[in-house]
Design a protein around this ligand. Sequence first.
Ligand code: SF4
Length: 262
Amino acid sequence: MDTLETPLARKRRARRINKALAELYPYAHAELDFRNPFELVVATVLSAQTTDVLVNQVTKVLFARYPDARSMAEAELAELEVILQPTGFFRAKAKNVLALSTRLVDEFDGEVPGRLEDLVTLPGVGRKTANVVLGNAFGIPGITVDTHFGRLARRFGWTTSEDPVKIEFDVAELFEPRDWTMLSHRVVFHGRRVCHARRPACGACAVANWCPSYGEGETDPVKAAKLLKYELAPGKEALLAQLLAETHRAAEIRMESQRRPG
Ligand code: SF4
């Protein structure tokens, strides 16, 4: 962290970064599929050490068979293991989702609680998972510190810490609570697409102007552009255009429904 930067200047710079990321990723969202808090808490537990895409494939099968905590609490461990196998660490994950469902049934009437202090008592649920669930399934602001978020928060000079809880508190100081959940999605999106752990694409980065770590990665614009991933990757222009068009259309639908009387 730049010790010469005043707290106010840091806050302003952080908000510029957030604004630029919001413009870059208007379609940022939780990448795990879910229809209710139970599905999200289970999907988040399963997402450890694997990709969201894989988890989404597995949960489609899992929730078709066990749609809620009560049915999952009665599942056979061996059967869960078979379904969860593609996600890796499947024995531990099967045990966790079984124990998690049982605890939900025994202690919370089969429902996922909407408080951090209750969520962290569930098997396999730490502060990160709890914040994902609060922010995305309950609309309660939360900062989700995963490996991408921690790395970018340090590169942005928002924290010097490696400790997820300390990072969460340092970053919370810089933003209004109403921005926490979307900020988390945007920063993680940027970490996956541009600001990679090994070779950040600094020369093709929309927040380079406000980033004290500019130069840690490739600064040549042409070479940096080749490092971009997913919809920002070279050759994926059609996908990017589609995502932007869908976001635009969704915003229009929202505005139309707000304008409609009754
Ligand atoms: S300028 Fe470089 S280090 Fe800073 S956010 Fe962009 S890619 Fe990451």
